[in-house]
Design a protein around this ligand. Structure first.
Ligand code: ARG
Length: 578
């Protein structure tokens, strides 16, 4: 809030100068600090201290800033530091308290739409740990944009089309019954792998698989039915994971909004692409012009030599639907780093087609993320080197959380402790992912994720529960607890907490600027540290001054509300007890 005001101010004083405003790690260096004088002096060959001094003189007189800062100072080699005034903070707290349940929300995105595409597993295979990142990051980003007032479309783009389903159908017809009618994803995966293995010995199976896919494409009733069965079973298992993770979509299972749904639109897309296509060994290939960005993109197949469609072409048809029917301002594709080339090609082709597919000002963004690694730094896998099914990971972390919850709260009923364990385990998983910058690989460390005294989801939940318990002990809500006199809050740790509260809206906005959640996660962690320090050093409940007690409770209540909102944006439940 203040940061934004300061930024606007400095931009007005120095248009076109590229400067930073930071929150210094140490309060002694101010609550905000800028290098603007330094940058400007360098540009104009002046003394930065002098430029800084001149600026400080002007700012101290600036009407919009009077009452906000109690001190503006210039320090070597030319930084200008700003110190928030006590009265200002106290007044702000009152304001934040009044709108505590909507604080941090804005209408910056009013009238604008963002499509967030995330999770997007392929059917007939269990969802694996890699899909966790897309699911968790995508959901949290959608929450961020939603709280900034955008209209959000949460889109699970299910991978349910491609030649591999021909092979699966062939395998099912050959051996399917051996699985005794169990249609689980594991059984489907085994069938697919078995088919793949057998093809090495009997190469003719390759052709049979292609044949089955062709029949599926042409609407053969038996194949269609089998495909529907695979799809249904898959979605049913995915749904269990989404329920566990508390994830929702606008398009979750709709055939029309999955890969298969766009099959019918492909001829039209290929027609649009024609001027840029070349025939190469029977296939149709898109060649990028020298102006395409990034340079030197390799050409790519859009129709295979046997006439079968490919991922990229279906993707273009999907994009056209998204652009024409939802008119989004942004589309975020939350997909692993490995698909970077695919998205570079997609975006470059989309740009070439432009208005023909409805692309005008929409920003197309690949929100990338790294791999999930084990503690040994290698790709996370089972002992046999196989990918780990996501359901197993969820079950394990919830079980681990359950042990701790039961130990700490033996009096809870089974049902209650199971519920808490689920929220804590899932919270640990989500926070463990979101606290890292998405581009980097994520090291999967069970212990650290669950460490209640470390930078973890459970620590944040524990902090919230601690605040809640003071508030419960205090009795009726703050609205009934009067009087509240903010001037009584003078303790260093109280002022620290108030400053932190003020930063919340900036922390949320920054997530949207960067399409990353790690900044908000860090904010909530530091905020929790401030809350715990406050709680441990400042008497709240047994303060003999009743007015101060009430006012401190009001600070605690405001902090609890903001922490809860922050956790909810990350997709983590705030619990009254853990
Ligand atoms: N189904 C793909 C996979 O699991 C991810 C799809 C990503 N989204 C997209 N629009 N290509 O690898």
């Amino acid at each position: 809030m203040v940061k934004r005001l300061l930024k606007q101010k400095l931009e007005k004083y120095f248009p076109g100068v590229d400067f930073d405003i930071l929150v210094p790690p140490d309060d002694k260096m101010g609550d905000y600090s800028t290098n603007v004088a330094f940058v400007l002096a360098k540009k104009e060959g002046k003394d930065p201290m002098k430029v800084g001094e001149e600026l400080a003189v002007d700012l101290r007189k600036d009407r919009d800033l009077i009452g906000i800062f109690e001190k503006i100072e210039v320090v070597k080699p030319g930084f200008v530091n700003f110190f928030l005034g006590k009265e200002f903070l106290q007044k702000q707290l009152e304001e934040i308290y009044k709108k505590r349940d909507s604080f941090g929300k804005s209408d910056a995105g009013k009238g604008k739409t963002v499509i967030v595409e995330y999770s997007s597993p392929n059917i007939a295979k269990p969802m694996h740990i890699g899909h966790l990142r897309s699911t968790v990051i995508g959901d949290a980003l959608a929450n961020v944009y939603e709280s900034l007032g955008y209209k959000i479309i949460r889109w699970n783009y299910v991978g349910d089309w491609g030649t591999q389903f021909g092979k699966l159908i062939a395998a099912w017809k050959k051996w399917g019954k051996e699985f005794g009618g169990t249609n689980t994803l594991n059984a489907m995966l085994r069938l697919y792998v078995q088919y793949h293995e057998e093809t090495k010995k009997h190469p003719e199976l390759e052709g049979i698989g292609q044949e089955e896919f062709k029949k599926l494409e042409q609407g053969d009733p038996e194949n269609r039915k089998l495909w529907e069965l695979f799809r249904e079973e898959s979605i049913r298992e995915f749904k269990r994971i989404y329920d566990d993770l508390n994830i929702n979509f606008d398009f979750e299972r709709d055939v029309a909004k999955s890969e298969s749904g766009y099959e019918k639109d492909l001829p039209a897309i290929i027609e649009l692409l024609k001027p840029d296509l070349k025939k190469s060994e029977g296939a149709l290939v898109f060649e990028f012009s020298p102006e395409a960005i990034p340079a030197n993109l390799p050409s790519t197949i859009v129709v295979k030599s046997d006439g079968a469609s490919v991922y990229l072409t279906r993707e273009l048809a999907t994009l056209k639907d998204r652009l024409e029917n939802y008119k989004p301002d942004k589309i975020l594709y939350v997909v692993a780093n490995q698909q970077t080339l695919h998205f570079e090609q997609l975006f470059a082709i989309a740009k070439k087609l432009g208005k023909k597919i409805g692309l005008r000002n929409t920003e197309l963004i690949h929100v990338k993320f790294g791999m999930v690694l084990g503690e040994d730094g290698k790709k996370l896998a089972t002992r046999e080197g196989k990918v780990i099914p996501l359901q197993d990971v969820i079950d394990k972390i919830v079980a681990l959380a359950g042990k701790v919850v039961k130990e700490k709260n033996p009096e809870l009923s089974e049902k209650e402790s199971d519920e808490i364990a689920k929220a804590v385990g899932v919270g640990a998983l989500k926070y463990g992912d979101l606290k890292q910058h998405p581009h980097t690989d994520m090291v999967f460390d069970w212990e650290a994720m669950l460490d209640i005294s470390g930078n973890s989801g459970p620590y944040l939940q524990y902090t919230y529960a601690r605040l809640s318990s003071i508030l419960v002990k205090a009795g009726p809500t703050t609205d009934n607890r009067q009087p509240i006199i903010c001037e009584l809050l003078n303790h260093e740790l109280e002022l620290r907490l108030m400053k932190r509260l003020l930063e919340f809206p900036d922390a949320v906005e920054k997530c949207a600027d960067l399409n990353a959640l790690n900044g908000l996660a860090l904010y909530l962690y530091e905020f929790s540290n401030d809350i715990n320090r406050f709680y441990e050093s400042v008497r709240v409940l047994d303060d003999e001054n009743i007015e101060r007690r009430n006012t401190r409770l009001m600070l605690a209540e405001t902090a609890a509300a903001v922490l809860e909102r922050g956790l909810n944006i990350l997709g983590i439940k705030a619990l009254k007890r853990v």
